[in-house]
Design a binder for this molecule. Sequence first.
Ligand code: DGL
Length: 263
Amino acid sequence: MKPIGVFDSGVGGLTVVKELIRQLPQEEIIYFGDTARVPYGIKSKETVIRFSIENILFLLKQEVKLICVACNTASSLALPEIRRHFKVPIVGVITPGVREAVYATKNKRIGVIGTKGTIKSRTYEKEIKQFDRRIKVTAVACPLFVPFVEEGWLSGKVVLEVARSYLKPLKASGADTVILGCTHYPLLKTVIRKILGKEVTLIDSAKQVAVEVKNILASEGLLNSGHKGKSRFFVSDNPEWFSALAARFLGRRAKNISRVNNV
Ligand code: DGL
């Protein structure tokens, strides 16, 4: 049976792979991390669309049966455009998180945090409004969170102070539900929770993304059965850097990492 293809700008998408492996252990996964061109969060829409198309073309060469865009920035900026170009089922990370947040909020106030590109696109806001126009959305970019996570700064005074400053508008909005709209942010959950308080529900879309992948594969009769699936990882640069960081996102060591010059 064919593998599932997953791509992200770098290592962050491994938070989604972790959940795919947990929910679909019999599936083979091919991951592409565009480490030569990361970060996507500060790039223009046109550039993110071009990179996403190139990443998908690479995954299609590996004969994947479904593609998961495990990057919030690429999902926010490129999803409608790439869906127009390809027939293969494509799952993004926005709608699954939005669905969960809309279901979770009691006071109809949702906060969203993400990269500059994700927040500027207002994709989360538009999708939330499609579910329920009455929901008030407060969205803020937290650009220093990605480098913090990649440098392993997951706690401590500096991170706490920066987070406090970024999250001020969310606290003021009274949102009872906050979407962690970036692959890296689930690793900062403890800090974010400390600032927003235990009562606020934090939404990490990875679980729902895996559920959606499972549902699509089931409805198309494409689910693997039998053997435990393998994962293979491709990066466009710096496999050593990727390997060192992978464990933090995946919860275990990533084997089978290769560098490719496709992009
Ligand atoms: N993967 C990106 C996201 O989820 C974060 C890293 C980047 O800016 O490329 O938005």
